[in-house]
Design a protein around this ligand. Structure first.
Ligand code: SF4
Length: 209
């Protein structure tokens, strides 16, 4: 008998998408374990390792259960780095049950060909991403960390079509990072960089997960 398809999961929960263009929309999150990077500012370090081997059937049971209490058709695969695991069978199952799938990724693995929405967040020091995201990214999020500068924003802006917004996201909504985001936005404007925006982590403002 073939082994059931499994993924290493940290948690599955319902909340509101607090980041990016989908900000404010009810969403079911599947947090997958493991990440190939080690960002100093990471706010999900607990997802770097470990996780529970969970069959796609079990994940779907939990998603359905949450959906009964929480009306949404959106499921967000997050992490850790969700694309470090083979999410294709899960994306297929989610689609077959009428869900839309967002993937929050650092962009270092190839995009999932079937996912409906890729939120790409390139990371320092080089901010490089897989070339497939040039076509697949719906939005680009940049954490406004201590090291980021206008040259980094310029580099990332040049990696994607100008129709894809580059969203400056203050680190954990902290004051210094918000102030820096404003300075970067102004600098980007003076440098003629298109479609750069400000954001906050809305779920943290509301005290949600
Ligand atoms: S890529 Fe994301 S999950 Fe991985 S270490 Fe960096 S911030 Fe954390």
């Amino acid at each position: 008998m073939p082994r059931p398809l499994t993924l290493k999961t940290i948690e599955i929960f319902a909340s509101v998408q607090g980041e990016g263009l989908r900000q404010g929309e009810p969403t079911i999150f599947i947090r997958l374990a493991g990440c190939n990077l080690r960002c100093g500012f990471c706010d999900t370090k607990r997802a770097w390792r470990g996780g529970r081997e969970t069959s796609v059937d079990k994940i779907m049971d939990e998603v359905r259960r949450l959906r009964n209490d929480y009306p949404t058709t959106w499921v967000c695969l997050t992490g850790g780095e969700p694309l470090a695991q083979n999410v294709r069978p899960l994306v297929k199952r989610l689609h077959s049950e009428g869900f839309r799938v967002q993937v929050e990724t650092n962009g270092t693995f190839p995009p999932d060909p079937q996912a409906d929405w890729h939120s790409v967040s390139p990371k320092p020091p080089d901010y490089s991403v897989h070339p497939g995201f040039k076509k697949k990214a719906r939005e680009v999020k940049l954490v406004v960390c201590r090291s980021i500068g206008l040259d980094d924003v310029r580099t990332v802006r040049a990696m994607f079509p100008s129709t894809v917004p580059v969203i400056l996201q203050p680190r954990s909504n902290s004051r210094w990072s918000i102030d820096k985001a404003v300075r970067l936005l102004e600098g980007a404007g003076r440098a003629g960089l298109e479609n750069i925006r400000l954001s906050v982590q809305l779920h943290k403002v509301y005290g949600l997960r």
